[in-house]
Ligand binder design. Structure first.
Ligand SMILES: Cc1cc2nc3c(=O)[nH]c(=O)nc-3n(C[C@H](O)[C@H](O)[C@H](O)COP(=O)(O)OP(=O)(O)OC[C@H]3O[C@@H](n4cnc5c(N)ncnc54)[C@H](O)[C@@H]3O)c2cc1C
Length: 388
């Protein structure tokens, strides 16, 4: 084949968002069909941070820059990274505008994750702490040593939110830190959340979390939502109007689809509508993966990764004029910090059967080692040799 004909055949795959889903997809396409696709990967940031690394920043003494994977180290054949902010998405024409230019794609993949809306909870930005953003995790790490006892209120401010176990992992690690500092007995930890039970994927998983909370004397108040903070009075206001006093408020912020996605018309129902089997949106050759999609399942990196695998297979099959046998099942294993270095995992499958399946395995030393190997394995797979 002449070079001209080969270039004409090469498909341009444009991936918006170099997070869990975007990086996995770019890596898979590079590994399988680097000579048949040209991948442009766009992100507004200069690096990626794993969600669980934010817990390491708050409780493990990790520096934010030390846990960030730099996009400049990305060395995957056929993948070009651009640090740009996506400003408009035209799904019908597969045309995308950024703060630096514009792109036309044969295949467009939206992997822009979820945004946090701190302002939607009055008083929260001024009077509360959070560890869902890197800046928030750093602020919380710096604020905790000032706390000398009293009531810590952890509020899940809305569903859906990323990584359903993360508020509880935060509570377990907080408990450990307070024990270590000798102030646990002077401290009440209370979680208020809209869910009927923690991690409600199955009753067994919820019960496991309830047991772990009870063992540490952490109270769980179900089906209640904090809608406002009164930082002057140090009170959280529930939707019932009841006011709960706190000395430290830690919130899991309200999550929203990114504004640029909302404006694109892809997210009429709040999140992006996709075909449950292959994650294609109603627009031909426009897919969505990860936290941005509207599916009845948890938002977490391992599911974004699973989705990216399915989308990669679908793109490759379509390039070859074939169809894929496998369907997206919303499958993944999430590691959970139970504190004192104890790591367990939830093995979940949300969409493969008539109802979600999930079990908690561990904790065990093997799982702690497995979790420790998780990030380096992704870094090698996503970034290639230069990252080693
Ligand atoms: C405290 C905490 C703990 C967690 N623990 C786990 C865990 O143990 N296991 C797990 O699987 N998941 C965990 N998660 C969840 C996980 O981090 C997310 O679910 C996952 O990153 C989602 O992947 P994604 O690709 O959909 O989005 P993201 O990884 O968020 O990537 C989206 C990307 O889009 C970019 N972007 C957004 N808007 C624009 C724009 N306009 N222009 C350009 N770029 C843009 C962002 O910069 C970002 O890099 C945790 C999350 C938190 C907060």
């Amino acid at each position: 084949m002449t070079e001209e004909r080969r270039v004409a055949r090469v498909k341009h795959v444009l991936i918006l968002g170099a997070g869990f889903g975007g990086l996995e997809l770019a890596g898979r396409l590079s590994d399988s069909v680097a000579d048949e696709v040209r991948v442009t990967l766009i992100d507004q940031n200069d690096g990626f941070t794993f969600g669980f690394s934010k817990l390491d920043i708050v409780f493990g003494g990790s520096d934010a820059s030390a846990v960030q994977l730099q996009y400049r180290d990305l060395a995957k054949p056929g993948v070009e990274f651009r640090q740009e902010r996506v400003t408009a998405i035209g799904p019908a024409a597969r045309h995308v505008t950024t703060d630096r230019g514009s792109y036309d794609a044969d295949v467009l993949v939206v992997a822009l994750g979820a945004e946090y809306d701190l302002e939607a909870t009055p008083g929260f930005a001024e009077g509360g702490l959070e560890y869902y953003s890197i800046a928030g995790a750093e602020r919380m790490r710096d604020a905790l040593p000032e706390f000398s006892g009293g009531t810590i209120l952890i509020g899940v401010l809305a569903q859906p939110y990323k990584c359903p176990p993360a508020p509880f992992e935060g509570a377990f690690l907080l408990h450990d830190q307070l024990v270590e500092r000798g102030i646990r007995e002077q401290t009440e930890i209370r979680i208020v959340a809209p869910m009927s039970a923690p991690v409600p994927v199955t009753p067994e998983v919820s019960q496991r979390f309830l047991d772990e909370l009870a063992a540490r004397g952490i109270e769980y108040t179900a089906q209640q939502t904090v809608v406002e903070l009164d930082p002057a009075a140090k009170e959280a206001v529930l939707e019932t109007g009841e006011r709960l006093p706190y000395d430290l408020f830690v919130g899991i912020p309200i999550h929203r689809v990114p504004a640029v996605v909302r404006k694109s018309g892809l997210a009429d129902g709040g999140w992006v509508t996709v075909d449950r089997d292959n994650l294609m949106t109603p627009f031909p050759d426009v897919y969505a993966v990860g936290d941005v999609v509207d599916l009845p399942m948890a938002k977490a990196g391992v599911f974004a990764e699973n989705a990216a695998g399915v989308v990669a297979d679908d793109i490759i099959a379509r390039i070859h004029g074939q169809t894929v046998g496998r369907r997206y099942e919303g499958e993944g294993n999430c590691y959970i910090e139970f504190g004192s270095g104890r790591v367990a995992k939830v093995q979940a499958n949300f969409l493969g059967g008539p109802s979600p399946r999930a079990t908690v395995v561990g904790p065990s030393a093997e799982l702690a080692a497995e979790k420790a190997a998780f990030a380096p394995a992704r870094r090698a797979r996503w970034f290639g040799d230069a990252s080693a």
